[in-house]
Every structure is written in C-alpha cells, then in structure tokens.
Ligand binder design. Structure first.
Ligand code: PMP
Length: 380
C-alpha cells in the first residue's frame, strides 16, 4: 500500500512540471547571471523572466523581489535589514511565530531594540487588530506576524493590520509561508515585506523569496556582491529560482481548484474523524483557518506514540517540532494558545496538499481510528 503523506506544512513533494523546468539547468551549460558573455546573458534572461513571473503572480513589481535560500533567510533579511536601517525602537510580534522570526527578534533585543511578544486572546490563535492597536507605542517601527499559523492553520487578519500599519507608517513584515497557496489573497498595500518558501508550494528546497516594497529602507543582510540590485550578495541559484517561479505560476493557475479541493477533503477528514472518535477535537475549528491544516487533539493519547504507530501504518503526520536533541516536544504553539501540556502532548497535525485524494483521506481516517482505539485499549 502506498504511503499517505499528510505533512505538507513541513514540506511538499516537488511538482514534476517544476522539475522539468529546472532539469536542463543542471547540466551542459554554465549559468552565472552576472557574466557579460553570451552564457551569462542567457542566464540573466532566465533570471529576468523568472522575476517577472513571480512579480505578475504576486501583483508586485520585479524590483520588489529578492530571491533567497528560503523563508528563514527571507525573514532574517527583512527583519534585521529593516531594524539595522535605524538605531533603536519598538517591534511588535506574536508569541506563536515561527522560530525564524522569534530568533532574529531575540537577537535584535540584544542589540538594544525593544520587542513585545504578545499572546493571542483565549480561543483566538492569532493576534487581532485590536491587540496590535493596543500594544503599539509611539516608537513602534515594525510589526512582524504570520499570515497563517503553520501548526493550526489559523489566519491573521493581515488586511486590517496592514491598513493600520500603513496609516501609522509602521513597517509590517508578513511570514507568508503557511498562507501561500492555501488561500486566495493579494498582498495588502500596507505590507512592507512578504516572505515565501519554495518547498512549501511544490517547488524546490533551498530557495525562497521576499517581496519588499520599494519604499522600504533595507540594509543588505548578505554582503558580498552587487547581485539583486545590491540587496542580497551571492551568485543567484538559477535552477532554484527558475523552479520557484514555475511553482508560483502553477500555484496561481490552480489556486481556486486546489483551495476548494483541499478545504472539502480537510473538512471531510475532520467530520469523519470526530464522529468516529467522539473525544477528539480540532484546534481552531471556529477560527478562520487555511484550507489544508488540521490540528487534532486525541485526549489521553500520547501524540508521539500515535505518530510512530501511524508512520508504521504508512500515514505521515507531525507532532510539535523536533528540538535539537532529537526528542519531540509538545507544540509550543498550543502551549502558547493556553492549552495544557497534556492537551498539547496529545495533538497531531495533519496537513493536506492539492494532490491529496479522497481515497487517501478515507484510508487515513480508518487507520487513525484503529490506532487511537488500540492505544486507548492498551492504556485502560
Ligand atoms: N515560517 C513558517 C511559518 C514555516 O512553517 C517555515 C518552515 N517550517 C519557515 C518560516 C521557514 O521556511 P524555510 O524552510 O524555507 O526556511
């Protein structure tokens, strides 16, 4: 039986159509876009073309695009780059952000910046405009928030917060990783920078992008060359960039159908699972969520054990995040939302892709039910 992959928020499979675009660039021809000879010009042509594709898909101008090695670099680059363009001030963020946001902010704190890490209100799972308004100080120069939470799928109202940020002339960085490809959205005007990752949208690993508005003052983060208008040094990863552009183009082309399909299957998955296992419940079911993510709590079940048993049955999900020791920790996000350690320990995340099928959902539900019932009977 083929394995069922329900961990698409961790990474997605490369789309063969993306690989087909990238493959010729791995052999036979040198591709340094900075060289002046015809080889270099051909590379430059591909770079310009890829930049234009991303710009068109995201409705920004090509000058606003910076390719990076992924969202971790994009977020480091924009957060540190915007802060370093000034001396001090206050930054506002949420405690449930990804570590690639929290760690650069902790670093900036050590450099003398003030950072407020806010908890969302009970039952919310994301900061609201009101939370942001209330906690803005006269010296607040930056707000950093995720468009959607990668663990719960809960959406932040970036439209409303962007309008506020624009009116108050505060920078607004959005971690768009878990949102991109999961929701029809245009990047609001008040967003100063929007970060994305290739491997979360069926593109290649090790490539990402930051859309940075023209007016944003950004100190370069990676120094070492005039590439990308001097904003990110280093020879461009051309196969990666070409693959990223193709992945974004396919994503946009198929977005409406993919979102509808994922939402229908995710809702079916949740309905069936919670009716077969009446004790189980979904985190954030009443909140606005992206279409592909389901964080399910199986009370009294050790999530880590369930995860391993599911893996043996060829169903891949995820539980919290792997810490550096290799031991699995309960979800920091659930703890931050106010859930007990016991609840956080018994939660698993299932995340679908546009290729997940109804048959896979049927099989996954039955397998989860069997494994949860077996574990419950072993414990009683
Ligand atoms: N932000 C979020 C919400 C993520 O889920 C991830 C990846 N887990 C990142 C940022 C970092 O992305 P990358 O893997 O491209 O560095």
């Amino acid at each position: 039986m083929s394995p069922i992959y329900l961990d698409n928020n961790a990474t997605t499979a490369l789309d063969p159509r993306v690989f087909a675009e990238m493959e010729p660039l791995f052999s036979g021809f040198p591709y340094n876009a900075s060289s002046t000879h015809s080889f270099g010009q051909r590379a430059k042509g591909l770079l310009i073309q890829s930049t234009q594709i991303v710009a068109d898909c995201m409705a920004v101008s090509p000058q606003e695009i910076i390719f990076t090695s992924g969202a971790t670099e994009s977020l480091n680059m924009v957060i540190q780059g915007i802060a370093r363009a000034r001396v001090k001030g206050h930054i506002l963020t949420c405690n449930l952000e990804h570590v690639s946001v929290l760690q650069p902010l902790q670093f900036l704190e050590k450099q003398g910046f003030e950072v407020s890490y806010l908890f969302p209100r009970e039952g919310e799972g994301a900061l609201s405009l009101e939370d942001v308004e209330k906690n803005t100080q006269p010296d607040t120069f930056l707000i950093v928030l995720m468009g959607a939470n990668n663990e719960t799928g809960i959406l932040t109202d970036i439209e409303a917060i962007a309008a506020f940020a624009e009116e108050r002339k505060i920078g607004f960085v959005v971690d768009g990783v878990a949102l991109t490809g999961k929701e029809e959205c245009r990047i609001p005007r008040g967003v100063s920078a929007f970060c994305m990752s290739g491997h979360k949208i069926h593109g290649p690993l090790g490539v990402g992008c930051a859309l940075v508005r023209k007016h944003v003052k950004l100190q370069p983060f990676i120094l070492g060359g005039p590439q990308q208008l001097g904003r990110r040094g280093g020879t461009e990863n051309l196969p990666g960039i070409v693959g990223f552009a193709k992945a974004i183009a396919l994503m946009q082309e198929e977005l409406t159908d993919s979102v509808n399909k994922m939402r229908a299957l995710r809702d079916l998955f949740e309905e069936r699972l919670t009716s077969l296992l009446p004790d189980s419940f979904i985190i954030g079911q009443k909140n606005r969520r992206v279409c592909n993510t389901s964080m399910v709590v199986f009370p009294h079940i050790e999530g880590e054990v369930l995860l391993m048993r599911l893996d043996l049955q060829k169903v891949a999900a995820s539980h919290g995040s792997a810490c550096s020791s290799g031991a699995l920790e309960p979800s920091r996000v659930l703890l931050g939302m106010g859930f007990s350690r016991q609840i956080a320990n018994s939660a698993l995340r299932f995340s679908l892709s546009k290729w997940t099928t109804g048959q896979e959902i049927d099989r996954a539900v039955i397998t989860i039910q069997q494994e949860v019932e077996t574990l419950a009977s072993l414990m009683s």
